[in-house]
Design a protein around this ligand. Structure first.
Ligand SMILES: [Zn+2]
Length: 404
């Protein structure tokens, strides 16, 4: 199956765009610019009305439709160029499986995709799949999204489509800074869709509210031989703090709409120890309750030690918020997609994403965005695969969306 989508996708994943550490004035890895250059050359072939890139490598393009010459009905589609640092993206060797028969797929001698372990494979019977060789991720998150948007562009009829097409290919989504790499004042659309989900059954109108929390514990280090009643071991205090957080509210014990505290990192010694958390909840009130609870624990510890200064300090920052709030104010964004699904006789379910997307950030920066699937499964790891038939269905959904 060598269609336009597959050819583009295979080309895009040949660039290792694994995100690195966030940088002040540029993208986190050089290859995002190299892939970006390739994409810009592709976009040029379709005579864009606007085509620009910025220092972060973000690509912005606009293709006007004659039915929407003043760009009042323009729709923005977003996808990101980087891949997750959680798994290697170097030297990806994708393999195409035609007409998947429902059996175990051997990726290499030691690694297999087994439908018993990954029941989502049953959604892909008879479809063409693209899998890895079991040593790297695939990069379908989110190069499948880019290839879907490119495929829409090849079908984009400037004479008849009701909506103009605005494209944002962003950088460094996986490290959470992609939205800051976007020049918002240059956008012409009033809303958009992030093409960065999994199974196309799901339309996502919700995501977590997300905060980060850094807990700093200042101890008093004294030779352990003469430490009685003097030493405050910051490591022990940090462990006490952590153990007072509700254990059933950790990611490994939560699902669906339940929120959590997730300890990402702990480092330190007797003098100084820091704990880094992310806090998540779909309900903002519940999230603030979680924050208040953590503050209460810190206060109690400080009271116990009564040093005249706080030995435990919290630094809490908002990362992104639930896009539902912005989407509820603009119900047509989700409704228009549902209408397209219905016209194409496609089944759909609304889904709350237990994570964030570019669109979630942008929803609160003035561009409300829902999230749509790409047919990519098991992202961020070596079991990742793309269902090509689903990706092509999403192209059909978008064609319908731009036509109506
Ligand atoms: Zn993604």
């Amino acid at each position: 199956m060598k269609n336009n989508f597959v050819c583009n996708f295979l080309k895009y994943v040949s660039f290792d765009t694994t995100a690195g550490e966030p940088q002040e004035n540029k993208a986190s890895c050089e290859n995002q610019y190299v892939l970006g250059h390739y994409l810009v050359e592709q976009l040029k072939k379709y005579n864009p009305d606007i085509l620009e890139t910025n220092k972060f490598g973000t690509i912005h393009a606009v293709f006007k439709s004659k039915q929407d010459s003043d760009l009042k009905n323009s729709i923005c589609l977003l996808a990101h160029m980087d891949t997750s640092p959680s798994c290697s993206g170097f030297n990806i060797k994708p393999r195409i499986i035609e007409k998947y028969d429902g059996k175990v797929i051997k990726l290499n001698d030691a690694t297999s995709l087994n439908p018993n372990e990954f029941p989502s494979l049953n959604r892909c019977l008879g479809h063409s799949l693209i899998v890895t060789d079991g040593t790297t991720l695939l990069g379908g998150d989110d190069k499948a999204g880019i290839a879907i948007i490119m495929d829409l562009l090849t079908n984009f009829d400037r004479n008849t489509f009701k909506h103009s097409l605005e494209i944002l290919f962003t950088t460094d989504e996986e490290i959470g800074v992609d939205a800051f790499h976007v020049d918002l004042d240059k956008l012409v659309s009033k809303y958009g869709y992030t093409i960065d989900g999994g199974d196309i059954l799901y339309i996502s109108n919700e995501n977590f509210n997300a905060y980060s929390m850094v807990v700093t514990v200042k101890g008093i280090s004294i030779h352990p031989g003469s430490a009685k009643d003097k030493m405050i071991n910051a490591i022990n205090v940090a462990m006490d703090f952590h153990n007072k957080l509700p254990k059933d509210q950790r990611p490994e014990h939560t699902e669906h709409k339940q929120g959590f505290y997730h300890l990402l990192d702990i480092k330190g010694n007797e003098e100084l120890t820091t704990l880094t958390y992310i806090i998540r909840d779909f309900d903002l009130k519940e999230l603030h309750k979680k924050i208040d609870y953590a503050k209460q624990i810190a206060q109690n510890i400080n009271k116990t030690y009564n040093k005249g200064y706080d030995i435990v300090e919290l630094s809490i920052e908002e990362t992104y918020l639930n896009m539902k709030e912005a989407l509820d104010k603009n119900p047509h964004i989700v409704q228009n997609v549902i209408n397209s699904y219905k016209r194409l006789n496609l089944e759909y379910k609304m889904e709350a994403i237990r994570g964030g997307t570019t669109g979630a950030h942008l929803s609160f920066m003035g561009l409300p965005c829902a999230n749509l699937g790409t047919g990519d499964y098991n992202c961020h790891g070596r079991y990742e695969f793309v269902d090509v038939d689903q990706a092509l269905k999403m192209v059909e959904v978008l064609i319908d969306l731009f036509n109506n």
